[in-house]
Write a protein that binds this ligand. Structure first.
Ligand code: ADP
Ligand code: MG
Length: 505
């Protein structure tokens, strides 16, 4: 286990008319398990397929059909649990959550209420260098997704697409440990990053593959510490749940609005009623969907079609053995091994593919310089052109080749940028050394040639020589003249040294 020392970020404080208020936030994140097949059927999970083309009989709830658990989905949930340093429950069980909806042909969703596959874990959410929140995970359970009702295709009819019906979801439930809108967004971002490293959820929020129910309450300063000390929820305020958020920006806006709404009610002598709300991004406000009294009674009961799920420790151990290095560990290693800044390490480890690309470039080279080139030249360019390391025109080997030429003093930094440009466009796929040679990119390191150029400039400018001897800062002028005279090909370090030597500085 990795232990990084950090201090907790300050909770967000909102000044009301009467007093200060703090926020308490807990999230229930629904993450679609990355799997080709659904949780209880062999139907495909492909996104954007022809409506109702990926529907097995069991998804459509045909009479007599029985669910069969997809072992791969279970492995993915376990893998996610391990990534969140959570307890894996060797015995879990499925329950039916009953409700009626046109896009839910079974009339119930198979979920895990009483015995989830994953128990308590944690996520470290960094808010700045050395500042992080430890957010406790309460549980992760597996469940089926519902289908999709489509109301905007016809003025009179609604349509149902069952492609999503039965797709495997993980519901990741946090404790109410999050203390502000930015932290909530950062928490979802961190979950997404970890799951993308693990390959257990693609984290595509636009497609709805990662969405969050956000629980928000307010309390007075000091109350949260009382809750922490005693574990007693009743010292916290009544919470409202904002459903189905699939944008980090909207999550922040919704929390901000919701907190202020609750503060206004409480300061006005009112009471918060526990309810489910929806965020309307156009109006920037949350609206009541249903209150606790109108809440569904799901009549949960153990699913009679499925035996309790028993997995073996040896099977879990096999998954443990294939766990990749996770973001926190990778980032700490990048800072330690390559001497890069915390910020650069964050950028390079945001996606595991980016980190791998960087390491391929940095292997056996100057890590700091490699980081610089990968972030500023390569990533900058990729972002601009909507590309990724998977589609980059300049490979890690090529970029490494460019850095080697700089390190050998064969080309200057300026030439390296031109060379990168050539490899990106006209000389795509080319060998850096060969392309540099063919385009006459050759830094003059031959001291004799540079020395002659320095002598020429000094001989031609006796006045400047006098001035420079009075004021050594003027040596830079000579360096500039020599570089100009050599067509920018002279190694600046060599020129500097020779100018200083010849001027007797
Ligand atoms: P329930 O038993 O109704 O499902 P839980 O205690 O399991 O409620 O909490 C559901 C979610 O609400 C969790 O993510 C939890 O962190 C969050 N939550 C609980 N109490 C609060 C609170 N006072 N303020 C904000 N979020 C809360
Ligand atoms: Mg609960």
């Amino acid at each position: 286990m990795l232990d990084i020392a950090f201090e907790a970020p300050k909770p967000k404080v909102i000044a009301g008319a009467r007093s200060d208020w703090e926020l308490v936030i807990g999230l229930e994140v629904h993450a679609q398990i990355a799997s080709k097949a659904k949780l209880f059927s062999g139907a495909s999970t492909e996104f954007g397929a022809e409506p109702n083309s990926n529907v097995a009989f069991v998804d459509a709830a045909m009479p007599g059909m029985l669910p069969v658990i997809n072992e791969y989905c279970v492995a993915q949930a376990v893998r996610t649990g391990l990534g969140l340093r959570a307890t894996i429950n060797l015995r879990s069980a499925f329950d039916r959550k009953n409700y009626f909806y046109p896009d839910l042909p079974q009339g119930y969703q198979i979920s895990q209420l009483y015995a989830p596959i994953v128990g308590e874990g944690e996520v470290i959410v960094e808010m700045g260098p050395g500042v992080a929140r430890r957010v406790r995970i309460e549980r992760i359970h597996m469940e089926q997704d519902a289908g999709k009702s489509i109301h905007d295709l016809d003025p009179l009819m609604s349509f149902v697409d069952l492609n999503r019906t039965g797709v495997a979801l993980m519901e990741i439930v946090s404790r109410p440990d999050i203390r502000g809108p930015e932290e909530a967004a950062a928490y979802v971002g961190k979950l997404r990053q970890i799951m993308r490293y693990l390959g257990t959820c693609d984290g595509n929020m636009q497609n709805g593959n990662l969405r969050a129910d956000v629980n928000v309450s307010i309390c007075r300063p000091g109350d949260y510490e009382k809750y922490q000390a005693t574990g007693d929820h009743s010292v916290l305020g009544t919470r409202c749940e904002i459903k189905n958020m699939n944008s980090l920006r909207f999550i922040q806006q919704a929390i901000e609005f919701e907190a202020r709404r609750q503060i206004a009610i409480v300061e006005d002598g009112g009471k918060i009623v526990q309810e489910t709300r929806l965020y309307d991004p156009d109006r920037g406000e949350t609206r009541s969907m249903r209150s606790k009294e109108e809440a569904h009674d799901y009549r949960y009961f153990p699913c009679p079609d499925l035996l309790p799920l028993e997995i073996e420790q040896a099977w879990v151990d096999d998954i443990v053995a294939t766990m990749p290095e996770l973001p926190d560990a990778k980032k700490a290693r990048f800072v330690a091994d390559y001497g890069m800044t915390d910020y650069d390490a964050s950028v390079l480890t945001a996606e595991t593919e980016n980190a791998a690309f960087f390491e391929a470039v940095a292997q056996g080279r100057d890590g700091k310089q490699a980081a610089n080139w990968v972030i500023n030249e390569l990533f900058g360019r990729l972002n601009k052109e909507g590309l990724t390391v998977a589609t980059t025109p300049v490979s890690a080997a090529q970029l490494g080749g460019v850095l080697d030429l700089i390190a050998k003093g064969a080309i200057s930094g300026k030439m390296a940028k031109d060379l990168f440009e050539l490899l990106w466009s006209r000389e795509r796929g080319g060998d850096p050394a060969e392309v540099a040679a063919r385009h006459g990119m050759q830094q003059v390191t031959d001291t004799g040639a540079i020395e002659a150029a320095v002598d020429d400039v000094i001989a031609a400018n006796p006045d400047q020589v006098e001035k420079a001897r009075q004021n050594p800062k003027l040596a830079g002028w000579f360096v500039g003249q020599v570089l100009k005279a050599t067509g920018g090909k002279a190694n600046p370090a060599t020129v500097n040294a020779l100018v200083a030597q010849k001027l007797g500085l």
